[in-house]
Write a protein that binds this ligand. Structure first.
Ligand code: ADP
Ligand code: MG
Length: 412
């Protein structure tokens, strides 16, 4: 029995290990399909080589991959596994086929229902949650099985203890591994992200300051030249072009400057009300121009230390992106909601614009990533860097064609 247990453990490890080695690094869109395929294979193997107890009973671990996929992926991803499970079970045939079909249907209906709740849990709680689910599934199974017996024999109780401990133990191990992998991936991404921001911050501070002075001087001389009377029409136009390009260069430089360290003369201790309100007023004419209706709601008493210029710039960047996203759809609603939750300030900025695909969301905040003709691709970088300095986090939910929601959480 111990050997089959080990073999089954190996089956369960299979998707975890293969995924970790070959696919974890790549953000393939078909990662999910690979995971479902691997889980199906595991389920298939678990059913092929079940665990035989000396007392004559057999049981297998097919519900472990099933529950894991159902909890992480919901109905959509659990369905292929449900199919594989039942097709193979019908193929195997024999006693209890119908019961197995009914049982798996009940599990298929109930477990993915918990998926939403599951995804909101913290890593550690997810491990326990999944373990409980597998404990109850097995308990439910054994309970149904018990109704087929006239009296519960010693053998039945041995089976119960074996099946339950195996399921709970295996689920604990597998879930711990999966959660560890998820944490590692997240940590690595965060590391790269902060690394990128700090490099940019340092570079930008030094370079921007150096470039700003010559730009201002050039601007001044060009202005003088423009007002000169001996210029031909064409020459005037060239000067005009040069000035326009200078303004653009200055804009990029000032975007970069705001990426630099907060300046002590701008630091204040407040609840963001003045800044968010001011920037909202600032952006409203721009919103009206594009048929965007602005809804503003402020409800926060928590105070933090921050650089007011940077926060203003950050809010403007977010509002501007939102409005520009709606401009292309001919209007919409921009919802700005600042609230508090426990010891966090929550800033929600929601638009009904063109939205983004998953890939586009992943590219947000990378320097120079822009889909706009005149975009600089620095706006979101600045947003991330500002929030990062406040130890906050930015979450993005977006549906292509429907709209985008930015959720910013800043700890106090
Ligand atoms: P820019 O606005 O200059 O293009 P940003 O860094 O502000 O640069 O934004 C980068 C890109 O992210 C934009 O070009 C756009 O494609 C996308 N984006 C940002 N915010 C939104 C939004 N609210 N809705 C849709 N797309 C967005
Ligand atoms: Mg922008």
């Amino acid at each position: 029995m111990f050997e089959t247990l080990l073999v089954n453990f190996l089956f369960l490890l299979l998707p975890v290990v293969i995924f970790l080695i070959f696919f974890e690094n790549k953000q393939y869109t078909y990662n999910k399909i690979i995971l479902i395929l691997l889980s199906s294979v595991t389920m298939f193997l678990c059913m092929t080589i079940p665990i035989r107890l000396d007392i004559g009973f057999i049981f297998d671990l097919r519900y472990i991959p099933f529950i894991v996929v159902a909890l992480f992926g919901g109905y959509k991803n659990a369905f292929p596994l449900y199919l594989v499970l039942n097709i193979y079970r019908f193929y195997l045939g024999g006693e209890g086929t119908i019961q197995s079909f009914l049982f798996s249907t009940v599990i298929f209906i109930i477990v993915p229902l918990l998926s939403k709740k599951f995804s909101q849990l913290q890593s550690k709680n997810r491990i326990f949650f999944a373990t409980f689910v597998s404990f109850f599934t097995m308990g439910f199974y054994l309970f149904i099985l018990s109704t087929f017996f006239d009296s519960l024999t010693r053998e039945f109780w041995i089976l119960t203890i074996n099946a339950l401990t195996t399921h709970v133990g295996m689920m604990l191990i597998i879930m711990t591994l999966i959660e560890r992998i998820i944490i590692n991936i997240k940590n690595r991404e965060r590391f790269f992200h902060t690394e990128r921001l700090s490099v940019i911050g340092e570079l930008s501070a030094s370079v921007s300051h150096e470039i700003r002075n010559p730009l201002t001087v050039t601007n001044g001389f060009l202005q003088l030249l423009k007002s000169s009377k001996n210029l031909s029409q064409d020459e005037k136009r060239y000067v005009e072009f040069a000035l326009q390009e200078l303004i653009r260069a200055e804009k990029i430089v000032s975007d970069y400057l705001t990426l630099a360290k907060p300046q002590s003369k701008n630091m204040i201790y407040s609840n963001l009300e003045v800044e968010t309100e001011y920037t909202k007023d600032l952006i409203t004419p721009f919103a009206n121009m594009h048929q965007v209706n602005v809804q503003y709601c402020f409800n926060n008493s928590l105070k933090i230390n921050y650089d007011k210029n940077q926060i203003q710039q950050c809010m403007i960047n977010l509002y501007k992106n939102a409005i520009e996203a709606m401009k292309e759809k001919g209007g919409g609603t921009l919802l700005i909601d600042i609230s508090e939750q426990k010891q966090n300030i929550l800033i929600k900025i929601q638009d009904t614009g063109i939205g983004m695909t998953k890939e586009e969301v992943l590219r947000l905040g990378k320097p120079y990533y822009s889909t706009k003709e005149k975009g600089t691709g620095l706006g979101m970088l600045m947003v991330y860097s500002t929030i990062d300095k406040l130890k906050g986090k930015v979450e993005v939910q977006s549906v292509k064609g429907k709209g985008t929601t930015f959720m910013i959480t800043i700890p106090v």
